[in-house]
Design a protein around this ligand. Sequence first.
Ligand SMILES: CC(C)(COP(=O)(O)OP(=O)(O)OC[C@H]1O[C@@H](n2cnc3c(N)ncnc32)[C@H](O)[C@@H]1O)[C@@H](O)C(=O)NCCC(=O)NCCS
Ligand SMILES: Nc1ncnc2c1ncn2[C@@H]1O[C@H](COP(=O)(O)OP(=O)(O)OP(=O)(O)O)[C@@H](O)[C@H]1O
Length: 239
Amino acid sequence: MIVVGLTGGIATGKSTVSNLLRARGVPLIDADVIARQVVEPGTPALAKIQAYFGDGVIQAVGTLDRKKLGTIIFNDEEKRRKLNGIVHPAVRWAMLWLVLGYWIRGNKYCVLDVPLLIEGSLWKMVGKVVVVYCSVELQLLRLMLRDNSSREDASSRLNSQLPIAEKVKYADIVIDNSGTRQELEAHVDALVRRLEQDAGWTWRLSWVFPLFMVVSAAATLFWRAARRVKGSRRGNKKE
Ligand SMILES: CC(C)(COP(=O)(O)OP(=O)(O)OC[C@H]1O[C@@H](n2cnc3c(N)ncnc32)[C@H](O)[C@@H]1O)[C@@H](O)C(=O)NCCC(=O)NCCS
Ligand SMILES: Nc1ncnc2c1ncn2[C@@H]1O[C@H](COP(=O)(O)OP(=O)(O)OP(=O)(O)O)[C@@H](O)[C@H]1O
């Protein structure tokens, strides 16, 4: 099974691409959704957040005040790291189980939508990296429109991530979302065709012989580490 990491900058269109993939029957795991589930009331992660950030980030009904926490962490790198250290391990475990579930059900490939795939080094663990791209100006515009936020707020969110131009260097496939939604749909169709083709027939081997999956996963990790060392992450392909 090919595990595909889908990422991009904030508001470049990852969720839009995810929804289009889901509508085409592609198995999808959304890190943003899991990141919400792991901080629901009663979870260990929420208790740790309350202990570190104080009662001010908890609403009267016991849920996380996301707006308040966002204002804190998108303007403070140290606090953002702390929050990431609390939430990300829980998200990774949950994603691992979901991937295993898709593998057991005999899927050829599955897609992980992870905004911080590159920043969190998770790109090394996936078979293919897909980056959804648009210019920084368009990113800001779409972010302000979607969240009804000021340019200042949108910029601080945007600046808390690796610049999109840097993320593109890690991509095996780039989806250019600078155009219309119809153009994006065509790119997504091309991506699905490519994944079907790349999955070929070897996915059956990894399903029947789990050892084959372990060996091919180890080979992928080794290959990615080698490419990183050589610094040859430039020849990415547009879809
Ligand atoms: C700070 C929080 C409460 C703000 O919640 P809010 O509902 O306003 O935003 P939401 O969760 O929908 O995230 C929207 C986008 O913000 C960006 N973003 C979220 N967290 C981070 C982060 N720690 N660093 C950089 N960008 C981030 C991503 O592009 C994400 O898609 C929330 O984003 C959070 O808990 N973040 C930490 C967990 C995390 O890293 N999530 C990203 C996927 S693992
Ligand atoms: N091709 C497009 N043309 C016009 N608007 C678009 C296009 N693609 C996405 N959008 C809009 O841009 C906004 C950001 O898209 P989306 O929410 O998919 O981004 P995202 O990368 O998932 O963001 P986040 O990192 O915050 O989760 C949304 O309002 C979406 O409807």
